[in-house]
Design a binder for this molecule. Structure first.
Ligand SMILES: NC(=O)c1ccc[n+]([C@@H]2O[C@H](COP(=O)([O-])OP(=O)(O)OC[C@H]3O[C@@H](n4cnc5c(N)ncnc54)[C@H](O)[C@@H]3O)[C@@H](O)[C@H]2O)c1
Ligand SMILES: O=c1ccn([C@@H]2O[C@H](COP(=O)(O)OP(=O)(O)O[C@H]3O[C@H](CO)[C@@H](O)[C@H](O)[C@H]3O)[C@@H](O)[C@H]2O)c(=O)[nH]1
Length: 331
């Protein structure tokens, strides 16, 4: 298939794009490079279209001139804390940008879509509700979660009315790096736990700040479900290959296991082979205590076989990337 990856120069989008190329598909990236990197896209001169999602005419032109069969929609603003301080931008990119993409797909006659949604659409559930199934109540508590939930609704409505096939993936915490050691996480504004921990290990930051150690969890720090980008990519491939008009499903993508912030920090220390300084800071707004996926539906219905998502493999591959490329991708 010929697949357009919006946000395909970003962390998860570029990992999926590279995976698609390695598994027999043709793939292109459409990205404004606000967070993404040219060098994350192989043969970027041919494969990367630099543009704004909101530029519907450019998206239509891209879909038509590249004869696109299916879209994977990764482009978004995706930081929980930033969305609380700057909801305006989140509604512009995540809601209006998604609307613009869907209109472009309608105009170009593209009817297959895989959407990157998030565990943040579920909002706060008590630890007793974990692991979360897809049917769990969705009460997103942050503008990031509400804007991604709005995207899910828009896609389901368009698909029903216009005869599209779609899959919605609610990722839990995307993590890790390509096993080749040459591609990984690199954003202009980093807020994620593992890259910030490893930035301390390479001497780019003085200490990891742990946001809150008074949560009702086994060691007082937040529990998250970390899932490797190669496993996310495999799920995207499996979904896009089965999309047809009338197919529309949402899936959780996670390992099914939770790790606390302290456990992730300790796993990073083991991978690096030395201690990584920490300091304790107050809780970060918008953080639920525990988020763990039940991935059974994706395993059952897509034949998904995650194989990189144990925490040791995640931090080992992430460390390969960060230690070999402490400055990330070249400009
Ligand atoms: N990283 C995670 O843990 C995680 C978890 C759940 C869901 N997600 C979702 O996965 C997707 C990818 O996340 P990521 O971690 O790779 O983020 P990222 O920031 O690395 O990638 C997003 C990409 O979208 C591009 N982009 C942003 N605004 C754009 C616009 N207006 N027009 C064109 N391109 C634009 C950025 O330049 C970037 O390359 C997002 O939709 C996010 O909501 C991520
Ligand atoms: O410097 C840091 C960074 C993070 N954390 C903590 O580490 C955990 C994970 O945080 P982070 O890596 O920022 O991810 P989340 O806020 O859990 O959000 C990620 O995972 C969500 C799904 O679970 C997705 O929706 C989001 O897009 C994605 O950014 C949280 O408890 C944070 O408070 C720290 O203690 N110190």
């Amino acid at each position: 298939m010929r697949i357009l990856c919006t946000g395909g120069a970003g962390y998860v989008g570029s990992a999926c794009l590279r995976w698609l190329l390695a598994h027999g598909h043709e793939a292109f990236a459409f990205d404004n490079l606000s967070e993404g990197n040219r060098a994350a896209v192989p043969d970027y001169a041919q494969r990367l279209i630099v543009g704004e999602l909101i530029d519907t005419d450019l998206v239509i032109d891209t879909l038509r001139t590249r004869s696109i069969d299916a879209v994977m929609h990764f482009a978004a603003l995706a930081s929980v804390p930033d969305s609380i301080s700057d909801p305006s931008n989140y509604y512009r990119v995540n809601v209006l940008g998604t609307y613009s993409l869907l209109e472009a797909m309608r105009a170009a006659g593209v009817k297959k879509l895989v959407f990157s949604s998030t565990a943040a659409t579920y909002g706060f559930h008590g630890p007793e509700a974990m692991p979360l199934q897809e049917t769990a109540a969705k009460n997103p508590e942050t503008p990031y979660g509400t804007t991604k939930r709005a995207g899910e609704w828009m896609i389901a409505d368009y698909a029903r009315a216009y005869g599209w096939g779609y899959a919605i993936f609610r990722y839990f915490n995307a993590a890790g790096a390509d096993p080749d050691g040459n591609h990984g996480e690199h954003r202009r504004h980093e807020s994620h736990l593992i890259p910030l921990t490893l930035a301390v290990a390479v001497g780019k930051r003085p200490a990891l700040k742990i946001f809150g150690d008074d949560y009702p969890t086994r060691d007082g720090t937040c529990v998250r479900d970390y899932v490797h980008t190669s496993d996310l990519a495999q799920a995207h491939q499996r979904a896009v290959e089965r999309l047809e008009p009338g197919y529309g499903e949402a899936f959780n993508l996670g390992s099914g296991e939770g790790a606390t912030v302290k456990e992730v920090h300790a796993a990073c220390e083991r991978a690096v082979g030395r201690s990584i300084p920490v300091e304790y800071a107050p809780r970060r707004p918008g953080d639920p205590a525990v988020l763990v996926a039940d991935p059974a539906k994706a395993i059952r219905e897509l034949g998904w076989t995650p194989c990189f998502s144990d925490i040791a493999t995640i931090v080992r591959t992430a460390w390969q990337w960060h230690s070999r490329h402490p400055d990330g991708y070249p400009d």
